[in-house]
Design a protein around this ligand. Sequence first.
Ligand SMILES: [Zn+2]
Length: 347
Amino acid sequence: MPLSAPSTMKEFNGMFPDEGACVEYLFLLRWPDGFQCPKCGTAAAGIVTTRALVRCKAGHQISVTSGTAMHRSKQKLWDWFYAVFLVSTLTPGMSTLQFQKQMGLTRYETAFQFLHKLRSALVDPVRQRLKGEVEVDEAYVGGPETIVAGQPMEKATVVSAIEVVRWEEPGTDKEGNPIIVRRFRAGRIRMALMPNTKQATLVPWVAANVEPDTLLVTNGTAVYKPLEKQGYRFERHVANRYGKATGDYLPLTGLIVSNLKAKLLGTYRGGVSRKHLQAYLNEFVFIFNRRFWRGPAFSRCLRLLVNDGAPLEYEALYAVGTEGGWVHPSGSPAGETQGEMPPAGAS
Ligand SMILES: [Zn+2]
């Protein structure tokens, strides 16, 4: 039976009144088929909730957090759980400052590290590629209009792939006669920060994020042309000389990218530096793709932290963007676990 997950603050408080409840939940999440001691193979004899330990029948003590991003963290498990709840279930996302306040952390630095560690876990390594009909477009994010607080961000190139979900449903026309209404909405999305808009950069990203035999809806650019040979189909929309807006051809991209820009401006007050932009994109994509499942997003996010065998060190995080430094997972190769698509018409 899948573990239940909180989707409201009230549920969260009910499920996790204290540290012990988090230890027990993590135990069930990590060993859903029953604990087996990694040292001797025997089952669990008990859990020491005060020390977050599992004791096996032979007396070995195994940390519930061993091998996870939470291991040896200064933060209590409850703090991690609360942070996961905040990050995974609050649709508008939040700034480091808001997060610091919510978590009651005294140091901004701690909040920053904590939040980024969480965001870095938001890319699921086993996701599956988008398919069917997918809008692909490049957008320029940031720039002069984002100079508010913090450091201004240069214009950054973001490529996005958005699944188009279409369906028909019965409706009525103006006279009240029954007709079939065609509707569409966004399915799953992927976004990545790109160093440039060259073919050698964009083509591999699309191939890693979208399955062959997909209908790619793009602007008039020839940059994606090599994908034709790899089995992708195309619907190209060339802007006319009056500069008809992309939104007319790629309606979902127009909507979602302006939503992203608004969030970068509003939630983060423009204070997103280029080197951390991919982390914000990861969060945006994560929340967007789970917008119909607030509860499941919580356990999903927690599971990603747990399955992260090589936890990211804070030092590496600070080296983001520098040569040899850690790179935020870009969401590629990507795709999601199957069976997560919301029912058509849910939007
Ligand atoms: Zn043992």
